[in-house]
Write a protein that binds this ligand. Structure first.
Ligand code: PFF
Length: 460
């Protein structure tokens, strides 16, 4: 029997838990810092509400019709729509999604490992148990050590496997029901603290007021290459944040009872996910301005600058601890979803139990993390071109694999099985307006694939 969510609230929190992760609290603020603050935020909101919500809704319905894994899902839903479906769809959509999931898991676990080490170091410092200063060398020390990083990463794998073995309802859903409210509480606490810092106003203005030149609109005209360059990053961030580039949303949809209202659930998920990204921007960017640092410094913003900022603030040790607990909890519920998608397919393909599949996925994750760390710490010179494997996997999954997988799913849902998708969405959602139906078809058949293709063309 296929696993099922216990309640609509549990499903919404688990799916929001998947969406809300490193992408919101770590990636979103540094990208906003790099790509012009308010201009980035505006384009992001448009992208999420004009495209992201509709893609998420359709993909949940796709999973709910299929009631199986993503590779077989294309055939099953195709048959339901009376279509003959070539196995190429399953390879491109399902297997690429699966491989992307394993690759992203390895990188994601390494970063959660850093977060966990900051939680422990920050906690020890706050309690006066550690003498390690928080300085610019903290991160350098961490990323230089293979053994230290491997230890924290393996701990994360053990923790997630322990939860996943318990199942969908007793594992993922129960953990999300407890962790998500805690996460929101911590987030609100930090936002209120940060935006009332003296001098925070400049950072808030940077984040909220769009500077149109950053989107290519200048006094002399419109520079399309600037605009599409930002759109590429924004769209990539939106699909990453909504967990759209692998089998996760599909699999979570396949655990849904037929009577659940998908559209209203998806509105909650998108709303919560966007709210957390927005609030994270309000935590990080004002602080950066208060302490006169560069908002555009990229990925090191949370792991290098923020601890430096906290070190100079009253109550900073406590705040740093809270911030990294927040980041860790958010990342953990996302990692659960990434691994669940892999477990789901492994169970079906190897015809095995959840426990055995979870152990297989944990072993593969352990190997992935080890290889990535060997390359990242330069112990063995594993490089592709100039890049170590950490950067390479991050770039290739984000720029090519996730967009390709989404493109395949959208084209399939829009052109081949649309009546079945819209029929399933109608269950639990009541009457659907003609405008919604037409617009969703446009998104799947044309708009989302077009943005992906245009983004690919502007890829540097
Ligand atoms: N949405 C997660 C985040 O924002 O951190 C990352 C993620 C989870 C991406 C699951 C893709 C996925 F399938």
């Amino acid at each position: 029997m296929r696993a099922k969510w216990g309640s609509k609230l549990g499903f919404i929190l688990a799916t929001a838990g998947s969406a809300i992760g490193l992408g919101n609290i770590w990636r979103f603020p540094y990208l906003a810092g790099q790509y012009g603050g308010g201009a980035f935020l505006l384009l992001y909101l448009i992208c999420v509400f004009v495209l992201g919500y509709f893609m998420l809704t359709a993909k949940l319905a796709f999973g709910r019709v299929a009631q199986t894994n993503l590779v077989d899902g294309f055939r099953v839903v195709g048959e339901r729509a009376g279509q003959k479906v070539s196995p190429v769809w399953g390879w491109l959509g399902g297997w690429i999604g699966f491989i992307t999931g394993l690759l992203i898991a390895a990188v994601y676990i390494v970063v959660i490992g850093w977060t966990l080490s900051y939680v422990i170091e920050g906690g020890a410092l706050f309690l006066g148990l550690s003498r390690h200063p928080i300085d610019e060398h903290l991160f350098e020390r961490l990323v230089a050590s293979f053994g230290y990083q491997l230890f924290w990463s393996l701990l994360c794998i053990v923790l997630t496997t322990f939860i996943l073995v318990k199942g969908v309802k007793k594992g993922i859903e129960r953990v999300s029901l407890y962790l998500m409210p805690i996460l929101f509480f911590l987030l609100l606490f930090l936002v209120i603290w940060m935006i009332f810092l003296p001098g925070a106003g400049r950072g808030v203005a940077f984040f909220l007021k769009p500077d149109w030149t950053r989107l290519g609109f200048t006094a002399t005209g419109f520079d399309a290459s600037v605009f599409f360059n930002v759109l590429l990053v924004v769209f990539g961030q939106a699909i990453y944040s909504l967990s759209l580039g692998m089998g996760v949303v599909f699999v979570y949809g396949s655990y849904l009872p037929q009577q659940t209202d998908i559209k209203s659930s998806a509105r909650w998920v998108v709303g919560l996910d966007t709210l957390v990204a927005f609030l994270s921007g309000l935590i990080v960017l004002p602080a950066v301005f208060v302490f006169d640092l560069d908002p555009g410094q990229g990925p090191s913003l949370s792991f290098v600058s923020l601890p430096l900022i906290f070190a100079q603030m009253t109550g900073g040790r406590f705040l740093m601890f809270i911030f990294f607990v927040l980041l860790f909890l958010a990342a953990l519920t996302s990692l659960l979803s990434i691994c669940e998608a892999s477990i789901n397919l492994t169970m079906d393909m190897l015809k095995t139990t959840r426990t055995k599949a979870a152990l297989c996925v944990a072993a593969v994750n352990g190997i992935g993390v080890t290889v990535i760390l060997l390359s990242f710490t330069n112990i063995i010179g594993l490089k592709i071109g100039e890049e170590n494997l950490f950067d390479f996997v991050n770039r290739v999954t984000g720029a090519y694999m996730m967009p390709l997988m989404i493109c395949v799913c959208c084209l399939f849902m829009g052109w081949k099985v649309y009546p079945v998708i819209i029929g399933n969405l109608g269950q639990g959602s009541g009457h659907q307006s003609k405008t919604f139906k037409t617009y969703l078809k446009w998104v799947l058949c044309l708009l989302a694939p077009a943005v992906i293709v245009i983004s690919a063309l502007f890829q540097k």
